[in-house]
Each structure stands twice: as structure tokens, then as C-alpha cells.
Design a protein around this ligand. Sequence first.
Ligand SMILES: C[S@@+](CC[C@H](N)C(=O)[O-])C[C@H]1O[C@@H](n2cnc3c(N)ncnc32)[C@H](O)[C@@H]1O
Length: 515
Amino acid sequence: MPPASRPALLARLRSDLGSSLFTVARLSGAGAWGASGGAALFRGERVAARRALASRTPASEAERRSDTLALLFVLGYPQPAADVAAALPELGLAGATELGLVAEDDDRQVRALVDLRPYSFTDSAGEANWWIASDLGELALQGPLREDHVLGIGGASATLSSLMIPRPVDRALDLGTGCGIQALHAARHARHVVATDISQRALDFAAFNAELNLVDGIEFRLGSLFEPVAGETFDHIVSNPPFVITPRTEGVPAYEYRDGGMVGDALVARVVAEAGRHLTPGGVGQFLGNWETGQGAKRGAYSVADWAEQGGVPLDVWVVERETQDPAAYAETWIRDGGTRPGTPDFERLYGAWLDDFDERGVSEIGFGYITLRRPQELHAAAPPRIERLLAPVAAGLAPHILECLAAQDALRDLPDDALAAATLRVAGDVTEERHYWPGNDDPTVITLKQGGGFARSVDSGTALSALVGACDGDLSVGAIVGALAQLLDAPEADLRAELLPQVRELVATGMLRL
Ligand SMILES: C[S@@+](CC[C@H](N)C(=O)[O-])C[C@H]1O[C@@H](n2cnc3c(N)ncnc32)[C@H](O)[C@@H]1O
């Protein structure tokens, strides 16, 4: 059961957690399970973390309490009742039981009924430390998950929250809120947040987490997709939807937290198609998703633009594809994610069902990535779709970069070529250039412009573009630089301008050149 929401008990729990050193820094640091234990946990193994905790003597009572809470709520090991009572001195065992966090067994051992862990981050509003409750994961359960499992903060959740643009807005929507993590983040820049889910259990967890962390302004609504917000519009919509492609076959578990119950990538298609109607002019939607490449209309990341068009509301579409998998690799990832171990008869059976499903639809590849939709301001037409395949590792915290790119793309929308030629640009501070030469040659065979931050883009360049970028120091206009280059390279100026301006536009749109 999700934990109960009782304000007085939650206040005591908050106070206990706050005084216990049950923090991300403590758990991942050398005093607790350290980097190696943390890495093992990331791989789904808890033994190394437990041993590391057992081998260290806590330096204070607050550390001792943190260790008990970590063993109980993060690793899922039952703890002696006296230790749990000492770890939660204000709430007490009775309060923790009443909140539905723990149950005491006959042998005076207490087991966790929920996962509860610290979570910290830094965003444009500053640093924050929260505690987030969700259902116990496979690690604590030591077995497959329930189909109505409420997910904690996974890799995808952290990805979406780090992409979320911190633009102050009036209304935001988090569709498929789960434990509420995106809604809590959105509440840092939106006056009012609506958080929806098809699962009442999820909404109960989310409400508990909002209250525990004193995050106000979130309204929770039960229902599927956009049904709970029919006729309403939002300035910002975020969703880490249940995008996992699952065979609709008897005997294949359908986990609510990742599977929206539709065939193939149809759920992501619905979210994208319907989002436009729920965005205010200028409003932005940010989603994660999977898309299929294969026969017929299965155009991989390009399908996202088709789905948006089907919605009938003009939208700027920007897709960043971050990963692709073939059907076999995809099946393995998601069967393991549900807690079914390789080498078991169940694993083989599910693997077959997944491959049959992809074969039936002629799917050859599954893409994963980030979708940004923006409803243009009234009277503006949508920009051509931007579909980028960017597989390089990136640093966390892309939100400022996304915001910068959206602003640049907006500025370019109404900027004719003559105005772009008249503009003076600056090359961004994180842009460097790589040159490769055949041995003994003076002229490079390959020139690449590299983006150090953002999506770490690599852009094939020629001598002229490279020289133009190098000259963009905010002094000469683009047109003047092109004129000088035409003379230097002995090339017709009009031809050079026609070749370079679209490339300059692209570099501005991606934050490598600044207007
Ligand atoms: C991948 S989880 C994301 C949870 C959370 N927002 C996060 O980022 O960690 C997807 C959520 O969507 C919910 N869900 C599944 N089908 C849905 C539907 N048809 N409409 C709305 N939410 C749905 C699930 O219950 C689950 O909580």
C-alpha cells in the first residue's frame, strides 16, 4: 500500500530524516557504501553496499540512524525494531507503522513496506534535498515487480528532470506522474501543477512525497493520458510516459509504470498528437519516448514529426535521438528491467514474445530520445522539424542549453537571410575545432567543429565555415566575413553566401554561434 498522508506524522518523519544524515552525500560517500557499493546497487546488486556499511563504524548517532534507514528502506534488509525506533525518534515505530512505511514481524524485526530514499539536485532555483517514497524495487523484493508497481527515481526520471526548462510559468502538467518526481520539479518554476496518473496508488505516493518535502501547488488527478485535463491548456507539459514497447500477448506482464497498454509506439504517438491541443501559444512540451523504425510509416525519430502533424495543431518539433537498439537488445533490456533473470524458462518465453511482436510489425530498430514540442505564438507558422541524432555522452543538466536553443530558434524564425548576414555573431566559448591531415599534406582532409557542452555535437565543417566561425568575435557582420572570405578563397561571393548562411543558421540554432 502507498504510505498514508497524515500531516502531523509526516512532520515528525521529515524532522527525523532531516536530523539523521540520511542524505545522498552520506550514502554515496566513503562513510557509507562508497563508489563501489553504489556502482553495485546501480547494477541491481545490494550485497556490496551492505558489507560496506557493516565494515564501517558510524562516527555519530546521526550516522548510525542513517545506516539503519539505508539498510531498511534502500537495500530492503529487515532491521531490529529497537534500531528502527532509534532511527526515527520523533515518529517512533508506531508512527512509521501508521504511515504504512514499515511492518513489524513476530521476531521483533521490522521490514520496509516502501522504498524511501534521499534525492538531491541543483537547478536554477538552487540546491535541494528531498526524500522520495515509491514501491520497493526488485533489489529489495529479490524478485519480479508487481504489475501495479510505482516506480521510484530511475535513470529516465532523472534524465527528464534534468532536461526540464526552468522557465517561470503559470500552469504546468506532469502526465503519468508516478511517485511525483517531475511534478515536484515543475512546481519549482510553475505557479500551479496538475499531476495525472492512471494509477491511484501512484497518485497517493506522489501526494505523500509532495507533502513530505513541503512542495505546494500540485493538484493530483486520476485518469488516462489527457482525459483528466480535457479542454485545459498549460504553459509547460512534461511526461516520462509509459513508453516501453511490450507485446500484447497473453502471459506477458504489463507493468503500469512503463507500459501504456498500446501496440508498438502508439502511446508515445498519442501523447505527441494530443499535446498540441493542451499547450498555450508559446507553451513547451518535453517528453521521453521510444519510436520504431521499420516497414511503412515507421520512420524512427521522423515519425515524431508525423505524429505531431496528425494532432492538427502547428507545433515546432525537436527530437534528439540518444540511443538505438535492435529488437533483441531491446527485448533483453526490458525483460531484465521487470526482474526476470536471463537463463530462466520465463526469460526465454518472454524473449520469443518480444521478437514475434517486432517481427509482426516489421520493426528493425527502436530509438529512444527526447522530444521537445513548442506551440508557436499566434500568427507564427511552425518551424521545420529538427530531428537530430546525438549519441555522444553529455554532462547532466541540459535544461539551460535547451532553453538557449529554443530562444535561438525563435530568433531565427523571423530572421531573413539579409538580416542574418547583417548580424554580428560570437562563437560560443565551448566550441573547438578538430583537424585531421593525410600524412605530409598541408590541407586538412577533415575539419570538425566540436561543442564542449550541450549535446556535445560534432559538425562537419569546410575551410570556409571554419574560417567564418573563427572570425565570429562580435566585431564583423556575417556578410562582411563572407565577403572577405570570398576574396581570400577566390570564390564568387553570392555562391559562398548561399553555401554558408544555412550552416550559420544551424550553428546558431544549436548554440554554437550566438546572435
Ligand atoms: C515511466 S513512469 C514515470 C513516472 C514519473 N513521472 C517519473 O518520471 O519517474 C510512467 C507513469 O505513467 C503512468 N501511466 C501508465 N499508463 C498511463 C496512462 N494511460 N495515462 C496516464 N498515466 C499512465 C504509470 O502509472 C506511471 O506512473
